[in-house]
Design a binder for this molecule. Structure first.
Ligand code: CA
Length: 227
């Protein structure tokens, strides 16, 4: 049961919702079932599930619009659309709004449950290589930082600096510690190099780089990351 997860099922067909709940619970997952966008929105404000299974045609709107809104709110939980719409255009919309998979009805429940398990495993591996903060996400292994709608490329050293600092939240880290641990050299780069990297990182991470909220200077020491 190492892949047990919290799954949100948004499906207005009661029979299908019942079967999804039953089959997912048999695999040890915790399931929240919602029949409307509104109910799903409320549930998502209360807790962020590990996986979203989203119908597209719902009584009060479209699952596509819901996910588009969630991604804009930085909810990055993997999402699978379940729908009778089989047009290529619809499937492409599903991916364009941030969906991870698209399953056409009717589908095999056993296969869907297996897919959910695979998605949970994949996303758990991926989050070990990522840090998600309020309004931003850092992918250390892909060298990407997403803040709002903007994606920034990170250099290898920038990614490693962030990896080091985010692993030590609220802890002052000396410039020399960063040089030793991240640069791994004690001769060529100077503490000035660290400061230059921090300035660049603030431009990517901070809403207002002149008034940083996450990458703070600790006078006489170095820096600290505040989540
Ligand atoms: Ca429906």
């Amino acid at each position: 049961m190492g892949d047990a997860a919290h799954v949100l099922v948004l499906e207005d067909e009661a029979d299908l919702a019942f079967l999804l709940r039953k089959n997912l619970e048999q695999q040890g997952h915790r399931v929240t079932v919602c029949g409307t966008i509104r109910a799903a929105d409320d549930a998502l404000r209360a807790a962020t599930p590990d996986v979203l299974l989203l119908d597209v045609n719902l009584p009060d709107g479209s699952g596509f619009d819901l996910l588009r809104g969630l991604r804009a709110r930085h909810v990055f939980a993997p999402a699978v659309f379940l729908t009778a719409r089989t047009d290529e255009a619809d499937r492409l919309t599903g991916f364009a709004v941030g969906g991870d998979d698209y399953v056409c009805k009717p589908f095999s429940l056993a296969e869907l449950v297996a897919r959910v398990g695979a998605i949970v495993r994949r996303s758990r591996q991926a989050t070990q290589g990522a840090y998600v903060g309020p309004g931003f996400r850092i992918d250390f292994d892909r060298f990407r930082l997403v803040r709002g709608d903007v994606e920034h490329a990170l250099t290898y050293l920038e990614a490693e600096v962030l990896r080091y600092l985010t692993a030590r939240p609220n802890q002052p880290v000396g410039r020399n510690d960063l040089l030793n641990e991240v640069w791994g050299l004690d001769r060529f780069p100077t503490t000035r190099t660290v400061d230059t990297h921090m300035l660049n990182l603030r431009k990517k991470l901070e809403a207002d780089p002149a008034r940083p909220r996450h990458l703070l200077t600790v006078h006489g020491v170095g820096y600290k990351f505040v989540p």
